[in-house]
Design a protein around this ligand. Structure first.
Ligand SMILES: *[C@@H]1O[C@H](CO)[C@@H](O)[C@H](O)[C@H]1NC(C)=O
Ligand SMILES: *[C@@H]1O[C@H](CO)[C@@H](O)[C@H](O)[C@H]1NC(C)=O
Ligand SMILES: *[C@@H]1O[C@H](CO)[C@@H](O)[C@H](O)[C@H]1NC(C)=O
Length: 376
């Protein structure tokens, strides 16, 4: 047969020897350095493994006392069965200094879905006069919030705590006074409730606005390689919200060592605490992008603010059509990572909400709302 002649000559012995040598090397390495982390535990069992195997992540050193305690609690929470409620709801949690200019738009969005959501408002400066009945009586106890400081994280935790009281709340969305919805209620509800993920923005930035903010004081529990960055505007599953309530170890690290003017640098806890925490305890449980769009393309300290003249069906369609999540490092290399936004394996629009919208855009947005929310 002519086919067999074209095959390369048999090179068995050489590659078998190479393979055997490689396997031997791996085995010897494993014996010299006893397995300490879960991956090697998976491959080789050793005395340290039984103790550590059940933990979510295992550092290559002995756990500190607080860390061991924290891991036990986190582990129990993460392994709880999905809480089944007959009426799963989304908690919309608004973090605002005062007024919520887009209440009428949110009311348009929420109308007809009364049993499928709850609203919570944390007004850090002054209690807003609500214009929508959906928001009346929904203010929670609040305290002052200073931009970039731990008080921002405290407000987020306060919102989560209040929203967790209702066992029907299964997904928790953080929104600001300048956020607007991009899709109709049913689309957003299904996207969040039926996703098994928390949409927490998270990436590794070796540059000055990422790892440059890391402090050695976070050792030993938070190593530099674990430090992550991401936008503060999260949406999370109930089990993750409970983990946030239970965490004091990592929260305290960020409270003490990730703050403005820390060792001559500025660290902002609201951009690092959740990404780092969830990257450590449940990296596969977070999407790594936020469902809230914001336009940083102007390259300024603050994102683009949309004014009334910017609000066109074209702009809204453009934001809604984005199906790739971008991350750019803050060093000189400006390395860009692009990932498709996957929802149960299918590529979908990344963003359900957008900011920052000037209050003067309200009328335009309400006029266009039926159109722009119905078209994907
Ligand atoms: C969804 O989450 C549950 C609860 O944590 C988990 O047990 C399950 O494996 C997840 N399913 C998928 C497809 O990721
Ligand atoms: C998020 O990023 C982490 C770390 O890069 C990765 O392990 C994880 O799989 C990502 N999550 C998803 C859902 O892809
Ligand atoms: C809504 O969309 C339809 C179809 O594209 C268009 O004919 C109509 O003028 C739009 N209405 C508004 C208010 O923009």
């Amino acid at each position: 047969m002519s086919e067999s002649r074209q095959r390369p000559p048999f090179k068995g012995p050489r590659w078998i020897i190479t393979l055997v040598a490689l396997v031997t090397l791996v085995v010897i390495t494993a014996l010299i350095y006893p397995p300490r982390n879960s991956v090697t535990c998976y491959m080789f069992s050793g005395p340290g493994c039984q103790l550590y195997q059940q933990f979510l992540f295992v550092p290559s050193r002995e756990l500190t006392d607080t860390e061991a305690a924290a891991q036990v609690v986190t582990n129990e929470i993460m392994n709880l069965p999905e809480s089944k409620t007959a009426n799963p709801k989304i908690a919309f949690m608004f973090l605002t200094p005062g007024a919520l200019p887009f209440e009428p738009l949110w009311e348009m969005f929420l109308r007809g879905h009364e049993n499928k959501f709850s609203i919570y408002v944390h007004a850090s400066k002054k209690s807003p006069a609500h214009t929508s009945n959906y928001f009346v009586g929904r203010d929670i106890h609040s305290q002052k919030v200073a931009w970039g400081q731990i008080s921002m994280v405290d407000a987020e935790r306060r919102l989560l705590a209040h929203a967790l009281i209702d066992p029907d709340n299964q997904h928790f969305v953080l929104l600001s006074d300048s956020c607007v919805p991009l899709f109709d209620f049913n689309y957003i509800y299904n996207h969040l409730i039926y996703a098994n993920l928390s949409f927490i923005d998270c990436f590794e930035d070796p540059g000055p606005h990422g790892n440059g903010r890391y402090s050695q004081h976070m050792l030993p529990e938070v190593e530099k390689k674990d430090f992550r960055k991401g936008s503060q505007w999260f949406s999370m599953k109930r089990r993750h919200a409970i983990v946030v309530m239970a965490d004091s170890l990592y929260y305290t690290k960020f409270k003490l060592y990730c703050r403005p003017k820390m060792e001559g640098r500025n660290c902002y806890a609201d951009e690092h605490y959740f990404p780092t925490l969830f990257n450590m305890i449940d990296p596969n449980g977070i999407a790594n992008w936020s469902v809230t769009h914001v336009d940083w393309s102007e390259g300024k300290w603050h994102p683009r603010l949309y004014n009334a003249r910017d609000i066109t069906p074209y702009l809204l369609r453009k934001i809604k059509s984005i199906q790739l999540a971008y991350h750019v490092t803050s060093d000189l290399k400006k390395v860009t990572t692009v990932r498709p936004c996957l929802w149960k394996g299918d590529q979908r629009p990344c963003y359900l909400f957008a900011r920052k919208f000037n209050p003067e855009t309200l009328d335009r947005l309400m006029y266009l709302f039926p159109n722009y929310t119905s078209l994907v």
